[in-house]
Unconditional design. Sequence first.
Length: 319
Amino acid sequence: MGEKILSIVVPCYNEEAVLTAFYEEIRKTAEVISDRVSCELLFIDDGSGDATLSIIRSLAESDERIKYVSFSRNFGKEAAIYAGLQHATGDYVVLMDADLQHPPEFLPQMLDGILLGSYDSVAMRRVDRKGEKRVRSWFSRRFYRINQKISGVDIPEGATDYRMMTRQMADAVLSMPEVNRFTKGIFTWVGFRTLWIPYHNVERSAGSSKWTFWGLVKYSMNGIVAFSTMPLAIASILGALCCAVSVLMAVWFVLKTLIWGDPVPGFPTLITVILFLGGVQLLMIGILGQYFSKMYLEIKHRPMYIAKEQNTAERKEKN
């Protein structure tokens, strides 16, 4: 049996400020685990507009272990993760960010979990959000709790994309080629035994986060729609409630007029009811629109990304 290979997949988007420091740290860690696995470093340049690709090219020239794929434009981190899994050739694959918020020093412990603990996956979970804005942290915690209640996947609070997995699990993730991806949910949905390792949040070593608040909101909504039909059920429930309330109101107005002779309130009541029902209808149409928009994008069968430059070929399946 030949030496086992660990593929380190690193999605990058405008990370020129941290790439060199990241490479130095990962190189040191690769030496620590070199007695158990050999490492390949696979950078996925997600259409960066700075010198990220130039730095990756320079590193690849000096280190033959470095491979890269560069997109024709920014397709998003989910596409970069998918491309990384496609092009990784290792027996084990680990996903990590280039900003050093995913500390490389955990790699030996993660590898132990797979080689010695018989786990299929080892993932890191943040136990705090030190350094993050309070509003962002609050919404993040609410998302995980809501998602656990309404979807069929159990994603622990603080779960990150920093995860090592076997080739079998990586292939299982690749077998789900949906365009609207929520990888954290996919990792849970495919199953396999996962060991969670808690760690304290680490702030970026340089640069700034590429995630905006509204970008995270959109990502959260995509995660809910991708793994739950509960919003559609809520639409049906609200529709039934509105019908029931309207019938009760009609009965009440009739009885009130017959018994007490009070006139039925006019303009204020009418406007209130119209605005209420109109708002509910627009909300339900919006929920349906979210699901239809995802279906629309899926049936187009557009590629998840387009590679403009690369120094590696896509991994071939072994028979």
